[in-house]
Design a protein around this ligand. Structure first.
Ligand code: GUN
Length: 299
């Protein structure tokens, strides 16, 4: 059994990002991320401070707009629009979940798709499904990076994705399909979960149910990727896989913590860097165009 070390891989990716940021800074560009955090959900506050810390480590400019959960939808929309028009901001992230009176779909649709570093805008989601260049959601793309790093071939593999959320399960399935895997997506209405997981070469689970995947649901030699992060009453952090009993059956498995979690943040940084590079591309184009205009080669 090989433990997939997401912590180590994320550190390697973040070191490369830091080097690229230094080069960008030499050209006058500092990648910028704006986070919108509504309400006082402790888990969301923890995630956002981890994101802020990582931004600082790689040299990004970052701001967090903290809002009370009594805020109106219109005020959130106005803040996003302000960030859409702020040239220092390359990436915008609205931490989910939002309070019940806010329409999450409407909010996500206001984000400029070119700054949608979470990859949640329907425009980016559609492009992912069509296997076009886009911002892909950070957790699924982090899992794909793990497969790449550990030379895990996906073509022709039977993959069972457990969970069909817009943030994880659906984009995960699209990325796997693009890599020529045979994908089964299971969810809360699936009749016999075990009949699907038992057949799978690879199981990817992210539903927030501690210990859902048991040893008798996993084929010998399978690869198991655990996206779940659950805090038990004892304070212990566990995933959706019964790790102690499942691990010995696997060829590869991710731990919790130290597996997919750190990769999600590394991918957020990678997407923000990509957005910032897009900014420099437009800047270079604009400068060249202006010079061409001045010498009469463009109108
Ligand atoms: N809430 C849980 N996971 C995520 C995530 O990846 N991005 C955002 N914006 N909110 C989340």
């Amino acid at each position: 059994m090989i433990l997939i070390d997401g912590k180590k891989l994320s550190k390697k990716i973040e070191a490369n990002i830091k080097t690229e940021v230094e080069e960008l800074k030499a050209n006058g560009v500092v990648p910028g991320l704006a986070v919108i955090l509504v309400g006082d959900d402790p888990a969301s506050h923890t995630y956002v401070s981890m994101k802020e810390k990582s931004c600082k480590n790689v040299g990004f400019y970052s701001i967090v707009h903290k809002m009370p959960d009594t805020i109106s939808q219109q005020e959130i929309i106005e803040t996003i629009e302000m960030m859409n028009n702020n040239p220092r901001i390359d990436g915008i992230l609205v931490q989910l979940p939002l309070p019940k009176h806010i329409d999450t779909t409407k909010i996500l649709e206001v984000i400029d798709p070119a700054k949608d570093v979470d990859g949640f805008h329907p425009y980016n989601m559609g492009r992912i499904v069509e296997n076009l260049d886009a911002f892909a959601p950070c957790t699924p793309v982090g899992v794909m990076e793990m497969f790449k790093e550990y030379n895990i071939e996906l073509e022709g593999k039977d993959v069972c994705v457990v969970g069909a959320s817009n943030i994880v399960g659906k984009p995960m399935a699209a990325l796997l399909l693009n890599a020529n895997a045979t994908v089964t997506v299971t969810h809360i209405y699936t009749k016999d979960l075990s009949s699907h997981t038992k057949k799978a070469d690879i199981i990817i689970v992210g539903v927030g149910v501690p210990g859902l995947i048991k040893a008798n649901m996993v084929k010998e030699g399978a690869i198991v990727i655990d996206i779940g992060i659950n805090r038990l009453e004892s304070g212990k952090l566990v995933g959706d896989v019964d790790f102690e009993n499942v691990a010995s059956k696997c060829s590869y498995i991710t731990p919790v913590p130290g597996g997919v979690g750190p990769m999600t943040i590394a991918m957020l940084l990678q997407n923000t860097l990509k957005a910032a590079k897009g900014r420099t591309k437009w800047k270079t184009f604009y400068i060249s165009y202006t010079i061409f205009q001045q010498v009469g080669l463009a109108q």
